[in-house]
Ligand binder design. Structure first.
Ligand code: PRP
Length: 177
């Protein structure tokens, strides 16, 4: 029988590890932003699962919005072309923005989004990524909050895909070769 897990070689980060780290991060964020209203911005599509769990564990007044970028070519070229394909639904001027990513690999998406959002004069901008893969970097960038730092694996699950599949796995896994 073909299941959601066909194609997975091993579990890298279990569902329990993810959920426990999400709760830790949520406690820190709730403390760091005490008495403030935030806007969580999820980068489609990969960050949807992470944003969904993280936002429900954070005890702050918040709005949620989404943005999408095209990653066309940016894994294979050094020019690092990133393009916005869906903008936010609401302005962020004067708001405390927390940008939520599933993974930082080359860093080019995060670099582009940070620059774009800063130009819109947020009151503050911080970034969070569930996964950080420093070996892939093509630009110097670091998220304010990181769930897990990983080696140079191609990972799927919990929002991350291969050819559109595997996003619905509750854990982070490594694909069979
Ligand atoms: C992935 C991921 C990040 C970006 C990270 O998105 O969700 O947004 O790539 O890579 P980078 O650090 O090298 O820029 P992708 O473009 O694959 O779209 P998806 O979220 O819809 O899967």
């Amino acid at each position: 029988m073909i299941t959601a897990e066909s194609g997975i070689e091993k579990v890298l980060i279990s569902e329990e590890m993810i959920q426990s780290r999400v709760r830790q991060l949520a406690v820190r964020i709730t403390e760091d932003y005490k008495n403030q209203t935030i806007v969580m911005i999820g980068v489609l599509t990969g960050a949807v699962m992470f944003l969904s769990d993280l936002s429900r564990a954070i005890s702050l007044p918040m709005e949620i919005d989404f943005i999408a970028c095209s990653s066309y070519g940016h894994r294979t070229t050094t020019s690092g072309e990133v393009r916005m394909i869906k903008d936010l639904s609401h302005p962020v001027e004067g708001r405390h923005v927390l940008l939520v990513e599933d993974i930082i690999d080359s860093g080019l998406t995060m670099r582009y989004l940070e620059d774009t959002l800063r130009n819109r004069h947020c009151a503050s901008l911080r970034t969070i990524a569930l996964l950080d893969k420093p070996s892939g970097r093509k630009t110097i960038i670091q998220a304010d909050y990181v769930g897990f730092t990983i080696e140079n694996h191609f990972v799927v699950g919990y929002g991350l895909d291969y050819a559109g599949l595997y996003r619905n796995l509750p854990y982070i896994g490594v694909l069979k070769p």
